[in-house]
Design a protein around this ligand. Structure first.
Ligand SMILES: [Zn+2]
Length: 452
C-alpha cells in the first residue's frame, strides 16, 4: 500500500478491509489508485433537539470512518438545548441543557429532558474521532436558534426578557442582540472556553433561520447599523458573523456558516458557506465568485431525518456536486483573478459534502441509526467519488455485500428493501411523517420565515 500521507494509507487499509468483507472466500486480484474528490466528507448529528450519549456517538463515528467520512459536524446548541459543560458560563449547562418537556409536533411529554457532555467526555470523543481520521466540528448556532443560551443569559437578547429553553420545533424570534458589545464579549469568551476542547481547523457558527423582528426595533441594533453604515438587517447579520469569523481567524480557525448568513452580501469570503436551502438570491453564487468555498448539503438530497420515502437513497446518491451556477461563478472568479491579482484560484469551490440528521422527531439511538445508515453511506461515496460515481445500482449492490458490517458495529441500518421504497410505501411513510407536524406549528414557522 502506498499513500500520500498517513491518512491516505489509512484509507487504503479501509478499502482493503471493505474488499475482504465483500469477498470473504477469495480476494480478487486488482489494483486500485484513488483519492477523494472532496476535502470534507461530513456527517452531522443534532444533539440539541435530543441528547445522544457519547457511546452512541462513538458508534456512529466508527461506522462513519469505515465509509471514509472525515468530519463530524456536531450540533451542540439550539433553541431546545445547550450540550457542553462550560467553564466560562456554567449556567449554560446548568440551565440551558434542560427543558421542562418535549412537545415536538404531535408528541407531548412533560418530563424533564436534556443533558450535557462533560469537558472530559468531549475531549475523549474528540480524541477517539481523531484516531479514526475524523475531525469534530462543533456548531454553536448564532445569532438565531439561541433560546437555550438566552434562558441562561437573557441579557444577550435585544429585549432581555427571561425565556425558557424551547420545547417545540420551529423558528424562535428572540435572538442575540447584534448592537450591544456585551454580546460580542460573551461570544469571544465562549469560543475561547470551547476551543480548548476542539483542536480542529473548523468551527461552525450557524447563521440560519434568523428572524430579525427584534433587531428592527432595538435601539442598540439600530445604532450599530448607523455607525457601521449598514443598509439592511441582513447586512447587520453579515457584520455580526464577520466579527465572529475574525475572532476565529485570530485563533487559527476557519468558520463555517449556513447560507442565509451570506444574504447581506457582506460576508467575509474566508468563511465556508454551507448551502442547505435554494440559493434564491444568488448570494452563495456571489460568495463563490469572490473566491469563497461551499459545503454542499442541499436539503432535498442530504437531509436524512426525513423518511426514506421522501428522500430515498438514490436521491442522496444523486447529489449534483458540480451545480452549474456555482461552477459558473467559480470560473468567473478565475477569469477576474487572472486579470487582476495573485489571489488563489477558486478551483475547489466545492470543498465538501455533508449528510445530516436533525432530531426533533428522533428520540432513540435505534431511530437515529436507521435514518442515517444507509443514506450516510451514499453521501460518503458522493463525497469520495464526486462526479465519477459508478451509479446507484452499483453502489447498492456493493453495499449489500457490506451489510453484515452494520451488525458487527451494532448499528440498526435500514434493510435493503427500504432504501428506495415503493410508491405505496412512500405514501405510507409520508402520511406517517405528516402526523409529526402540527398545523399551528407550521403556520407559526411560515410567519417567522417571512422575518428572516
Ligand atoms: Zn439588539
Amino acid at each position: 500500500m502506498e499513500g500520500g500521507s498517513a491518512r491516505g494509507i489509512g484509507y487504503a487499509r479501509t478499502t482493503f478491509e471493505q474488499i475482504c468483507r465483500q469477498y470473504p472466500e477469495e480476494r480478487p486480484c486488482l489494483e486500485i489508485t484513488d483519492a477523494p474528490a472532496h476535502h470534507l466528507r461530513s456527517f452531522h448529528i443534532d444533539c440539541a433537539r435530543h441528547f445522544f450519549s457519547i457511546e452512541e456517538l462513538k458508534k456512529m463515528a466508527c461506522t462513519a470512518s469505515f465509509f471514509k467520512l472525515n468530519m463530524f459536524h456536531w450540533h451542540i446548541s439550539d433553541d431546545q438545548g445547550w450540550r457542553i459543560e462550560s467553564r466560562a458560563f456554567p449556567r449554560l449547562h446548568e440551565i440551558g441543557a434542560w427543558r421542562n418537556g418535549d412537545h415536538f409536533g404531535n408528541y407531548d411529554s412533560d418530563e424533564r429532558e436534556g443533558g450535557y457532555y462533560t469537558r472530559e467526555e468531549v475531549r475523549d470523543l474528540v480524541a477517539f474521532c481523531e484516531n479514526l481520521g475524523i475531525q469534530v466540528v462543533p456548531e454553536i448556532d448564532m445569532p438565531g436558534h439561541v433560546t437555550a443560551i438566552l434562558a441562561a443569559y437573557p441579557n444577550l437578547s435585544c429585549q432581555k426578557n427571561q425565556v425558557q429553553v424551547g420545547m417545540k420545533s420551529g423558528i424562535y424570534r428572540d435572538i442575540f442582540c447584534a448592537g450591544q458589545e456585551e454580546t460580542y464579549k460573551f461570544i469571544e469568551t465562549l469560543l475561547d472556553d470551547l476551543l480548548e476542547l476542539f483542536p480542529g481547523d473548523y468551527v461552525h457558527i450557524g447563521g440560519d433561520e434568523t428572524p430579525k423582528v427584534r433587531w428592527k426595533t432595538c435601539p442598540a441594533c439600530q445604532k450599530k447599523m448607523e455607525e457601521e453604515g449598514l443598509t439592511s438587517l441582513q447586512q447587520l447579520q453579515g457584520y455580526m458573523e464577520n466579527r465572529i469569523i475574525s475572532c476565529l481567524k485570530k485563533r487559527g480557525k476557519t468558520a463555517i456558516v449556513w447560507n442565509e448568513a451570506a444574504a447581506g452580501g457582506n460576508l467575509d469570503q474566508d468563511a465556508i458557506v454551507q448551502l442547505w436551502t435554494e440559493d434564491k438570491e444568488g448570494m452563495t453564487q456571489a460568495h463563490v465568485a469572490k473566491g469563497g468555498k461551499v459545503l454542499l448539503s442541499t436539503m432535498m438530497n442530504c437531509y436524512c431525518d426525513y423518511p426514506y420515502g421522501f428522500i430515498n437513497t438514490n436521491r442522496v446518491y444523486s447529489l449534483d456536486t458540480k451545480p452549474k451556477e456555482l461552477m459558473d461563478a467559480a470560473a468567473q472568479c478565475l477569469r477576474q483573478e487572472t486579470k487582476t491579482s495573485e489571489r488563489a484560484e477558486n478551483t475547489n469551490a466545492i470543498i465538501g459534502t455533508e449528510c445530516l440528521i436533525w432530531t426533533e422527531y428522533v428520540r432513540t439511538p435505534k431511530r437515529l441509526e436507521e435514518l442515517s445508515w444507509i443514506r450516510f453511506c451514499a453521501s460518503a461515496e458522493v463525497g469520495w467519488c464526486g462526479e465519477n460515481r459508478p451509479g446507484y445500482e452499483d453502489f447498492a449492490s456493493r453495499l449489500k455485500g457490506l451489510f453484515p458490517v452494520f451488525e458487527e458495529y451494532g448499528i440498526h441500518a435500514e434493510e435493503p428493501e427500504g432504501w428506495v421504497p415503493s410508491q405505496e410505501e412512500t405514501m405510507r411513510q409520508l402520511m406517517a411523517f405528516k402526523q409529526n407536524l402540527r398545523q399551528s406549528d407550521l403556520d407559526e414557522m411560515k410567519e417567522a420565515q417571512n422575518e428572516i
